[in-house]
Design a protein around this ligand. Sequence first.
Ligand SMILES: [Zn+2]
Length: 228
Amino acid sequence: MQCPVRWNRSSRARHVSLRIDPRAGAVVVTLPPRTARRAGMALLDTHATWVRESLAALAPPTPLAIGASVPVGGLPHRVRAARRTTRQDAWIEKAAINVPGPPEEAAPRILALLRTEARRRIEAVATRHAAVLGVRIAGLRLKDTRSRWGSCAPDGTLAFSWRLVMVPDWVLDYVVAHEVAHLLELNHSPRFWEHVARLSDHRAAAVAWLRAQGPFLLRVGAADAMNG
Ligand SMILES: [Zn+2]
């Protein structure tokens, strides 16, 4: 079958399995230890139509490149080549992302900027919410998760997708409120949702926004961002 395949050897896998990774625009074949690739090829053949249709249904990728339009805080930002500058790192100015250096090396600079900006925005919101609930955040990590925008570990460490840098402020406000509220209730009980409601009025709208727009966010920098 002619489609991008990524092989994933997993010590925890019990069976051969397939999934679509929208960030890579590829089908991922997971193999248990000592299972031959042949078994994966057979499964790909069996599900060829599903794989082809799922890949075709993905939103078009937005490259992290000069000329692209990347949302920051829900607003489109044009990626521009920054000439005549002594700066090494990309920066945001008005509605533009300015990238110094050779255009073919723009992707890692844009990604670094988006991650830095994500951390700055998330930290500001998390600090504000934590003060309202009187909780302490043990640590904050950025990830590139496929299906979850945020998570809260039992030790009080919060993790968020760097892609949240792209969402409107009110969506970010809800996602961060949700994880900060887990510092009081590590469950989804009515008490938990009361804490969330104290922090954000946008729960339903934000969930709907992420459901509709999330697939597009996962396609920004599709292949570039894989190692981020
Ligand atoms: Zn939750």
